[in-house]
Structure formats: C-alpha cells, structure tokens
Design a protein around this ligand. Structure first.
Ligand SMILES: Cc1cc2nc3c(=O)[nH]c(=O)nc-3n(C[C@H](O)[C@H](O)[C@H](O)COP(=O)(O)OP(=O)(O)OC[C@H]3O[C@@H](n4cnc5c(N)ncnc54)[C@H](O)[C@@H]3O)c2cc1C
Length: 380
C-alpha cells in the first residue's frame, strides 16, 4: 500500500505479462498489462465433465496440454514458486491459476517486505515477475478455477470449465480470501488507505489516525500492533462487547492509543483518492456521524479457498487445510502450500517458501513411486 495518497493504484507498469490466457503480449497489452478479471463468477461445471479434446474452447480457456506429472492449483506466491521449482526439475508443470491470477498481492500496491526489492515493488508487478519466471522454464498456465477434483486414484483428476486435467501429483496453493465489509467505497479505496493486512501495511500509517473494524482476536491484535505506527487507533465493533479473548481485550483497553467504539458500523469510507474519514452508524439507535481516519483496516477474518478439496483433504477447525510432514496431506501425492493452510504467518515470502518446499517434496515423491528418474533431483 502507498502512503503517497495521490498515487493511483496500481501504478502503470512497464511489465507486459499475459495474464489473459489469450496469447497477447508486448505492445498489445502495454496499456493494461494486467488483464485480471477478479469479478468473474466461476462457470458451473457440466454434469458429466469431458476430456479436453471433446470441448471446443474459446476465450481464456485452455488450448494446451491437460496432463502433467505435477499440477499446481493456484497462482499466488506459493503456486508460482512451486511452478518455478517444478519446471526447473523438468516436471513440465501445469498451473491452474484460478480466477484471481497472481493471488492476493494483485489487490495491493506497494510491497516493501519482499526480499530483493530495496525500493519496494507494486504487488501486481511482483506477481508478473513470478509468472514470467515460471513460464520461462516451461510452465503451462491456465487462468481457470478448479470446480471439482477426484483424488481417489492416480492419476489425480481435476475439472475446470468442462476440461479434465490429469496429474500424478498435485500441489494445492489456493490461498485464502480476506473478508471485506462489502461497501463500494471500501472496494474503491483498497490500497489507498483501506487494507486487510496490518503486518503488510501498518508501516504506511506512521503518524496517522486510523480505524480497525472487527470484534475478534485478530482485530484486537491488529489494533494493538498498529499503535506502533499510528497516533490513534479507533477500534470499531458492531456489538456491545468483543468476541476476542479476555487477555487481548484487556491489553487493547489498557493501550492509551486505542479508543473502543461499541455498537458501531461503518456505512461509508469517505474520500476520493484516499481515505479521509468514515461515516459510521450506531447499531442501536441508527444515528450517524463522521469520524476522522486516514486508514481503515478490515479485520473480520479470512476464508480459506478449500471448498473444492473439502471432501478429500483434512481441514482444521477454522476451515484451513491440514498439512502432514511439512507439505504433505492425507493423500499421498497431494501437497499443500501457502495461505490455504497457513493462518499464522500469511506473508508472500512464507507462501513462496512453502511453494518451494512443496515442489521439492512432490518431486522426491514422484521419484519414490517411479514416475520420474532419480537424476532429476539434481535440478535444485
Ligand atoms: C491487502 C493485502 C495486502 C498484502 N500485502 C502484503 C505485503 O505487503 N507483503 C506480504 O508479504 N504479504 C502481503 N499480503 C499477504 C500475501 O498476499 C499472502 O500471504 C500471499 O499472497 C499468500 O500466497 P498464496 O500463494 O498462498 O495464496 P494467494 O495469494 O491467496 O493465491 C491463491 C491463488 O489460488 C487461486 N485459486 C483459488 N481458488 C482456486 C480454484 N478453485 N482453482 C484454481 N485456483 C484457485 C487464486 O486464483 C490465486 O491465484 C497481503 C494481503 C492482502 C490481502
């Protein structure tokens, strides 16, 4: 996120990576290098999925191969790092990138904590470099959401838009989606003062008055963390008491920089180019007022993208996938990486690290079952 409130988001980029899947590159895309459709609803799968050859494909549908030693589901930092490693091990992976190619970093602007970029980098630019690096080594990327899987036997089978994909190993890197309030003004000002990640963006609010929305431990923890930077943190909750643990509530209450606002609902985020304030209402009386704030952190939770896998893989009490032995799952040959299981760190660099580990584990497992020859391991 940028603290230069006049900066548009995302900044125009010199990079021209084809996220569209239609084969256009270079100058054709220069005006809008990141052709991402975040809003597109996933099409409904046909009752009887068929093989690729039987389905006439148009638009961004796949026109390439549908079978691979490894299929990676998801194209955030975890998925694309797994692809780089798998591709360099000659596994010729397919990445099924989802309807949000590039993942969560596509909706933020400045990323200042990813190593290797001392001046920071825009989220979409960072993910364009990930993607270019994965493609350079022969990764085949298709921007589709997986709608159904069958992990009962190998080859594992996955379906997207009526196309059946087959793989000897699968890496699940479908991430998690931040929950938002659902206000138009909130969407418009995302990356311009509205954020869902205090660890990532708190630094940009040094010396500013800001607000945090939420009633659980995450909101209490983020509000407390943000007092390191902000002059004042308004903690807004719709109810008359916090759901969070007593110790977190007490800690927040004792912090002189935090002001608690109970029965308070955000109706609108004010500002054109950046956050300038909030219009809030009292949930008991309906009375409205405005509040000063130059930043708004939404801390109402995350939804891990696990629906497709729930019948096959274990999930924890929060709905995140459960890993066994670092990146494994309860099904041999199915590996897990990134925010889809990690609700502790939730960072691009940790997700990328897990993508690396999952690819190495997948490659070693493929060796162990004789799908690839042992010499391949030298590629690391
Ligand atoms: C506003 C914001 C700002 C952030 N800023 C920073 C920052 O500055 N620094 C930092 O380190 N981290 C930051 N983060 C956190 C970081 O973005 C995540 O930790 C990281 O992106 C997780 O990577 P991932 O690959 O596990 O998942 P994601 O990035 O969530 O990617 C998931 C991928 O899975 C795909 N997918 C989902 N479902 C399906 C499906 N059914 N079929 C196929 N594909 C599917 C999606 O299309 C997407 O490509 C920020 C997060 C947010 C929300």
């Amino acid at each position: 996120m940028s603290d230069d409130r006049t900066t548009s988001n995302p900044r125009p980029s010199g990079l021209a990576i084809d996220f569209s899947g239609d084969g256009r590159t270079g100058t054709e895309q220069a005006a809008s290098p990141f052709k991402i459709d975040f809003g597109g609803a996933a099409p409904t799968a046909p009752a009887e999925p068929t093989t690729a050859a039987a389905v006439p494909l148009t638009g961004t549908h796949d026109r390439g191969r549908t079978e691979a030693k490894v299929i990676i589901v998801g194209s955030g930092p975890a998925g694309l790092t797994a692809a780089i490693y798998a591709a360099r091990a000659n596994l010729e992976p397919i990445v099924l990138a989802g309807s949000a190619p590039g993942g969560q970093l596509m909706i933020t602007s400045d990323v200042e904590n990813y190593p290797g970029f001392p001046d920071g980098i825009q989220g979409p630019d960072l993910m364009a470099t990930f993607r270019a690096q994965a493609e350079r080594f022969g990764t085949h990327i298709v921007d589709v959401d997986i709608e159904r899987v069958d992990f009962s036997a190998r080859p594992f089978r996955l379906w997207a838009r009526g196309v059946e994909y087959k793989a000897q190993a699968v890496i699940v890197a479908t991430g998690a989606s931040a929950l938002w309030l659902g206000l138009d003004s909130e969407t418009r000002l995302r990356g311009r003062g509205v954020s869902a990640c205090a660890t990532c963006d708190g630094f940009f609010f040094r010396g500013k008055e800001i607000a945090v929305v939420g009633g659980g431990d995450t909101a209490l923890e983020e509000a407390t963390f943000l007092t390191r930077f902000a002059t004042k943190v308004h903690l807004l909750h719709r109810r008359d008491g916090f759901r969070g643990s007593k110790i977190m509530v007490d800690r927040a209450k004792a912090n002189p920089k935090i002001e608690m606002h109970y029965n308070t609902k955000v109706e609108e985020v004010l500002g054109e180019a950046h956050v300038e304030g909030l219009r809030v209402s009292d949930t008991t009386t309906g009375a409205e007022r405005t509040m000063d704030a130059e930043g708004l952190f939404i801390a109402i939770g995350y939804k891990p993208n696990t629906d497709v896998f729930k019948d096959w893989l274990e999930v924890d009490d929060k709905g995140y996938l459960t890993v066994r032995d670092e990146t494994g799952s309860k099904i041999e040959g199915v590996f897990i990486a990134g925010d889809v299981h990690d609700h502790r760190y939730r960072q691009a660099v940790t997700a990328a690290g897990e993508g690396c580990k999952a690819a190495i584990d997948a490659e070693r497992w493929l060796e162990s079952v004789g799908v690839v020859e042992e010499s391949t391991a030298a590629a690391w």
